[in-house]
Design a protein around this ligand. Structure first.
Ligand code: TRP
Length: 320
């Protein structure tokens, strides 16, 4: 069977190195041999905030990140929730397939609620994983390259696909998650790396901004640099990052730094990250935002045609 790949991001801010090693690198590799859809999950932005904010600017920035890392619109279909009514309509039958208890015990949703600054948790916060099932199933996606935090959502999708097929006959494949080389890269403060937590290195940051971010990273006072994820999470994060950017083992980098202390480690990390991101940043600077938006319009048209077909199948299967 030929896999169909679906993955994507919320347009809430620039993509960072966690996205790159967790998912983007995989996408660039997979687009060569598989059908690939990349969703700009714009309706998902309003799960943990009241309003979408600078949504158009964020969508353009996300597109530029995609194109800069090498997602090729000739090979992949880039599209957005809000342009595909038929995808969104799948949410309705899909919601009937899951229980409230299942929605409430999703660990990623719980973590997002804990970090949300909203005074009230919206219904969408609990139901967006089912909406995400619609993102994956509208194109009959079979492979979902994501970071570790997204695994519960892929589980929801599998549940929805299985239950739909049981109740109404075989329509959907049951997709698999696929994790990158570094499924969960910790942030520079030791917590989950996140666009909204200010602890990540954006792909589009300048070299000076990158240096400043790494200078502020949490480490410890032990001059001897060793790789110990449990006892020294801050040091381990910088070593991991350097290892990913230079394609070496973090232990080897620790050995090379030896007694150099956190200052040397941070200098080495900064150089590795800036070197790694230089070609991506150069490509990004050369891109035309108007052309990027044109890429999105063309992708929306293609994705919509697929969604129309799937919704029709779903209606027929359900007897509507
Ligand atoms: N929830 C994902 C994130 O926050 C974005 C997303 C939306 C997604 N729909 C998806 C990822 C479907 C994979 C598949 O990053």
């Amino acid at each position: 069977m030929n896999d169909i790949v679906l993955t994507g991001d919320r347009p809430t801010g620039p993509l960072h190195l966690g996205h790159y090693f967790g998912s983007l690198a995989n996408r660039v590799r997979l687009q060569e041999r598989l059908t690939m859809y990349v969703i700009i999950a714009d309706y998902q932005v309003i799960t943990d905030r009241d309003e979408p904010g600078a949504i158009q600017a964020n969508i353009t920035e996300l597109l530029l990140d995609y194109l800069a890392v090498g997602i090729d619109p000739g090979k992949a279909t880039i599209f957005q929730h809000s342009a595909i009514p038929e995808l969104n309509q799948l949410l309705l039958p899909f919601l009937s397939l899951v229980s409230m208890a299942e929605l409430q015990r999703n660990p990623t949703v719980k973590d997002e609620i804990a970090h949300s600054s909203q005074s009230a948790v919206s219904g969408l916060m609990f139901t967006y994983p089912v909406h995400q099932a619609a993102d994956i199933l509208f194109c009959k996606g079979t492979l979902v390259p994501v970071g570790r935090d997204q695994l519960p959502h892929v589980e929801v999708t599998r549940l929805v696909a299985r239950r739909f097929n049981e109740r109404y006959g075989q329509v959907f494949p049951v997709p698999e998650a696929m994790m990158g080389a570094q499924p969960l890269l910790r942030g520079l403060d030791g917590g989950k790396m996140s666009k909204s937590r200010g602890n990540s290195i954006p792909l589009r940051a300048t070299e000076d901004e990158t240096a400043a971010l790494i200078r502020r990273a949490v480490t410890d006072g032990d001059r001897r640099i060793t790789f110990d994820e449990e006892a020294r999470p801050g040091v381990a994060t910088l070593l991991t990052l350097t290892g990913l950017c230079t394609d070496r083992a973090p232990e080897q980098i620790a050995d090379e730094i030896g007694d150099g202390g956190a200052a040397t480690l941070k200098r080495v990390t900064t150089e590795a990250v800036n070197e790694f991101l230089r070609p991506i940043r150069r490509r990004r600077a050369e891109l035309d935002p108007a052309e990027a938006r044109q890429v999105l319009r063309a992708g929306n048209d293609r994705a919509r045609a697929t969604a129309v077909g799937t919704l029709e199948e779903v209606r027929l299967a359900m007897g509507f």
